[in-house]
Design a protein around this ligand. Sequence first.
Ligand code: HEM
Length: 385
Amino acid sequence: MSSSTLAMAALLLWVSMLRGSTAQLDANFYDTTCPDVLSIVQQVISNASQTDIRIGASLIRLHFHDCFVDGCDGSILLDNSSTIETEKDAAPNVNSTRGFGVVDDIKTALENSCPGVVSCADILAIAAEESVAGGPSWTVLLGRRDSTTANVTGANTNLPAPSENLTTLITKFSDVGLDTTDLVALSGAHTFGRARCVSFIDRLYNFSGTGSPDPTLNSTYLATLQQLCPQGGNGSVLADLDPTTPDEFDNNYYSNLESNEGLLQSDQELYSTSGADTISIVSNFSSNQSAFFETFAQSMINMGNISPLTGSEGEIRLDCRLGCGASLLLDGSDGEKFAIVNKNSARGFEVVDTIKRAVESACIGVVSCADILAIAARDFVFLIS
Ligand code: HEM
C-alpha cells in the first residue's frame, strides 16, 4: 500500500471515528464521565416528589412526548427563541405537559458534578425510569445527544390524541417502530397521573357527535365524571387517570378497562374495540402484574431507542431549554440578548449556531460557545484586513 493510500485510509478512519453517528446507546455510557448520573437524577426526583406526588407521571410523559417527535432528542425541552418554535405550544403539550422545572434542577445538579457531559435527552430517559418507583425497573440505555431544533408540527401530528380510535393509535405507534404490545403496555402508564376534563369531556355528553355519552362508559363512573366535569365547566379540572389507585404504579389500569372505567377514549378502545388483538393483552396484564411490569420495561427501552442522535450528531445542551450556551447567546425573555444594549441590536446568533454545529461534528462536546465567539472575532479581523 502506498503511503498516500495509507494516509487516505487513516484519514477516513479518523473521520469515521469523529463522526461516529452510528453509535449505539449503551447502559455504561457515562461510567467514566459521570458515574453518579443515575443517583443524581434519582435524588432530585425524590426531593421533588415530596411536594408533588404527580411529578413521576409528568416526567415519564415528557420522555414519551419527546421520543414520538423526531426521536428521543430532548426537543420537547427547548423554549421559544429566534430559531426555535417550541413543541411546548403544540396541542398535546400546551397547558398539559409539566415537570420542566424539575428537569432544569436535574440538569443543574448534573452540570455541577460533570459539566457538559449528560444530554437533556438522556435526562428524560433516566427520569422516566426513576419515575416509576414501586413499579418495574429496567436498565436505561444512554448516549443520546440533544437536538438543535424542535418540531412543533411533528408534535401536533405524531402524538396520539385521546379521542383517537384503535386503528389510528396502532398506526401512530407503528410509525415510530412500536408494535401493538408496546401500545398496550405503554398505555399502562395511565395507571398514575391526571388528565384534564377537556381531554375526555366529549365522552360524557356528546360522544362522536351523537349527543349522548360514550356507551362503553360504566354508568356509575360516568355519573362521577359528569359531576367532576359539568358541561360548560372548567376544562382544566383534573381527574385521576386510574380511579382505583391514582398514585400507584400497578396493573389496576387494566382491570379498570375490564370494568369500563378507562378515563380516556384511547384507553377504553384497547379493551372495547370488538375483535381487537389488544383485548387479550389487556386481560393478561390485568391478571398478571409481573407480565405487565416485564413488558412495560421492555417497551420503555423500545420507546427510548426511537431515532436517538448519537456520536457527533446534535449537541450536549448546557441548559435544556436553550441551544448553544455562552451567556449572551442564551435565549429566554430574561436573557442578555434582551438587555437594553443588545435588544434589536446584537446580531449574528444564527451564524454562531451554524459554527457550533460544524465544530460539534468535528469535536464532540469540546469547544465552548464562548471560545467560538473569541475565534470568530479574530477571524473577522483577519478577513477584513
Ligand atoms: C396511547 C396513546 C396515548 C394517548 C392518546 C395519551 C393521552 C394522554 C392525555 C390526553 C393525557 C392527559 C393530558 C391532560 O389532560 O392534560 C395523558 C396523560 C398522561 N399520559 Fe398519556 N397518552 C398516551 C400514551 C401514553 C404513554 C405511551 C405514556 C408513557 C409511557 C403516557 C403517560 C401519561 C402520563 C403518566 C400521564 C399523566 C401525566 C401527569 O399527570 O402529568 N401516555 N395522556
